[in-house]
Design a protein around this ligand. Sequence first.
Ligand SMILES: [Fe+2]
Length: 276
Amino acid sequence: MRLVPEHPADDLVALDQDHPGFRDAEYRARRNAIARIALDYRGGPVPAAEYSPDEHAVWRRVQEVLRPQHLERACQAYLDATARLELPEERIPQLHELNPRLSAATGFRMLPVAGLVTAKTFLGHLGSRIFLSTQYIRHASAPLYTPEPDVVHELIGHAATLLDEEVAALSERLGQAALVADEAGVAELERVYWYTLEFGAVEEAGEVKAFGAGLLSSSGELARFRSEAELLPFDLERMARTDYDPTDYQPQIYVAPSFAALIEGVSAWCAARFPG
Ligand SMILES: [Fe+2]
């Protein structure tokens, strides 16, 4: 996916040829219109992305599939946070609906972004308790698959966790480190973020439970990660130097001994690696 047109006649959002919506002119128009909201955003309440009945139907379908998986495979902190956030099941909520609750709980806000941004930009905003969120939803032909972060990933995977002060504080700490880190340091922070807040798991009562937003927003990952991924001991040094492939199921999942151990471990690593 590119965001900057190479020619003025190009779509604002250029989907790859293998994207489920590549041949759907209506979907491409929706993607362009929703990207425009982010590009035109200049502060204040986030303008609504007016979703179509079909888009709400995709959300409902994903919720139907993910909810039972969460009950079985999500960590307790996530279940507690989702119970507090109460995302609607029948329609896609707007960022401006969620932000007052996030702000009241932890000071976090979700602000619109048109698509993928650099790690430095994404993490750097976390340093100000701002989470850059897409607003578009995946293509209706593949409701359980997205090749890129969409509103399902942002809201079902991340939003609830931003109500949790420990996750919020850790996100802010990683973000502040990214603002002062050099290129190599940002790459380490990006990988640690990936292996923990996106794809980390924790042990609870002898079971491995999903913690990261990438796991929690993907039916496929939730179904397979405990049996098919290699479950590794929680090793931040190894995470920091291990590249990842965002386009496929994750072959390796790092498992922290507990939610508290994950938060404390990443915080301590960050403080030691990026002091000050
Ligand atoms: Fe994410």
